[in-house]
Write a new protein. Sequence first.
Length: 431
Amino acid sequence: MRARVVRVAMIAVSVALVLFAVPLAILVWSSLVTEEQGELERVALAVAVRVGPLFLTGDPVELPAAEADNTIGVYDLGGHLKSGHGPETADDVVRQAYAGAAADGQPGTDLVVAVPVSAAEHVNGVVRAAAPVNVVWTRAFLAWSLLGALAGAALVVAVLVARRQARLLTEPLEDLSSASDRIAGGDLGARAETGDIPEITRVALAHNLMVDRLTQLLEQQSHFSADASHQLRTPLSGLLLKLEAARTAPPADLPRVLDDTARGVRDLSRTVEDLLALSRHHPERWFTAAPGTVAEVLTGAEQRWHGPLAREGRRLVVEIEPQVRAWTLPASLLTQIVDVLTDNAARHGRGTVTLTARDTSGVLAVDVADEGTIRLDPADVFVRGASGGGGHGIGLALARTIAEAGGGRLTVTRRAPTTFTLYFPPLDDAV
């Protein structure tokens, strides 16, 4: 591309130089010819003043010394050379001067100027001054050579400027192309550099924005797979245990077991839909999740987690302050977060798990506590991939993402005993 830019610049400059130089060269030639003719006319006039009216009778004429290669001659009315140098008989230019006015022309290889010699308003003769055209050509060639040198210098400067401009134009585009190649090769961290040219800078910024968006979409897809696996693992295990137990020893209240299983399947379906929505939509839209009351969310959590914790010999305690029981919040969001925190307590904590819902200056606070201890630094607890108990480090990162998406905040309030607190504004305030 650089070569094309330089080539286009050279063609443009060459055309401009030709369009400028040709008329200028013609003007130089015309100016030199006019200058030489003017010099010859001045010489001829000076001689005409010195020629007396008696030269026709043979009175000698003293002619000034002419410049090298120039000739001066005096002609009578018959067209014969009386003194000086020139053709023996008058040429066309001399004959034109007999009319009483100076004449000029180029008969043959000389520039000729003829001036009439007058006395008492009568033409008595003609002074002819001539110079070789080669003298003018020599001066013209010198002037044209200077013009050619200047044109060559201008072309060199134009090439240098064109190369610099081509570099300024192509380097950002080459960098953009290189970044695109690296991205195509799998390097999603590659970004195009911005340059000094606004148009190319806008292209680079748009390219980088596109790559950022694509990277975000790929990360969302990757996170969705991990989040879905994490969120579905425990509920699926619980459903499987219930079904296997019912198959091995059918209970008397089989319809109730089937109802619980159907409710669990619906919960799983809702979990998948929530995770899909989180992966597809911007987090700011998550506050529109299906509403529900605090009592409904925590009661549902008690129903889901009482059995799994009891099988491990652990208790689940749910405490709800009366003033917050009817508060309305995005139920699906709160359910996902509570399930993640309870699952974390079941897997990595010990002892009794306590779920507490309380009012903190008009904001709902949900504490999920157990009798264990957090070994990780609280700043690293919510980092995706960080785990202090052999887990995958997905659940808590997902919980914080969902909380922030719904307008809430999830923090570690105590390391021992382990306590996580979710702060969530009521739905009217969240909107």
